[in-house]
Design a protein around this ligand. Structure first.
Ligand code: ATP
Length: 229
């Protein structure tokens, strides 16, 4: 089912002020695939995403986007089809949902196609919406831009399990339509439920990789072993 490689990292070592936070990460994401990056706080998940996005420069190794390994910053990657959902939802709390969607790169109707349940709330200021509704708005806005790659950093942070499932189901369905997804998550069971492949990071290194289907039965073991710091 998976298509061409859209984003890839090889031997990626990256960090801050010359000090590596991730070491020798190899990663390939194909069109139609969800690849989950799991790991405890500080394991290096966000740094890996930032390196893929072009916002953290590799100390060694390479990052390529559609085979283009030249250095590109986030705004240039965005024009090449990168969608980035940061941990801070990136919605404007003082504006209405409609205004937020109109500020995006896509059409509000397309965001609503992913989350029809938002429509009745879009006239409200976003600060009055629930955390889950805010995150649906943020994700819907990114997906409406029709990216070819989505980098999503802990989109489920602090949200109720049902909302998390709803958000991840939308991500899965966008992948089924051809999107390549890198999903940073701390919810191991739910990430394994929607991912195709998984890499577990610990202290900046990939310590476990595999097909999500093979790891599902051991979600609790993985969480206990790798996500406790
Ligand atoms: P979290 O879930 O807390 O975001 P993470 O797995 O995403 O964790 P990173 O944020 O990538 O982990 O952090 C990896 C390491 O890099 C940590 O030791 C962290 O302290 C360090 N680090 C992260 N951001 C910076 C920064 N801007 N400057 C210096 N060090 C940083």
């Amino acid at each position: 089912r998976a298509g061409e490689v859209v984003v890839e990292a090889h031997g990626l070592t990256a960090g801050y002020a010359g000090t590596p936070a991730v070491h020798e990460v190899d990663l390939e994401v194909r069109a139609g695939e969800v690849v989950a990056l799991l790991g405890a706080n500080g394991a290096g998940k966000t740094t890996t995403l930032l390196a893929l996005a072009g916002e953290v420069t590799p100390i060694a190794g390479s990052v390529a986007f559609h085979g283009d390994a030249r250095r590109r910053r986030l705004h240039q990657r965005a024009r090449q089809g990168l969608g980035f959902l940061t941990e801070e939802r990136c919605v404007f709390m003082g504006l209405t949902g409609w205004q937020n969607l109109r500020l995006g790169r896509g059409r509000p109707e397309d965001a609503l196609a992913h989350f029809p349940e938002l429509e009745e709330h879009l006239h409200k200021k976003v600060g009055l919406l629930s955390g889950g509704q805010q995150q649906m708005l943020a994700l819907g806005r990114v997906l409406a831009a029709r990216p070819r790659v989505l980098l999503a950093d802990e989109l489920s942070l602090g949200l109720a399990p049902m909302v998390v499932e709803r958000l991840l189901a939308a991500v899965r369905s966008a992948a089924d339509d051809g999107l390549a997804v890198v999903l940073v998550e701390q919810h191991v069971r739910q990430a394994l439920a929607v991912a195709d492949r998984v890499h577990v990071l610990r202290r900046g290194r990939v310590v476990l990789s595999g097909a999500a289907a093979d790891l599902r039965a051991d979600a609790a073991g993985i969480a206990a072993h790798y996500l406790t710091g």
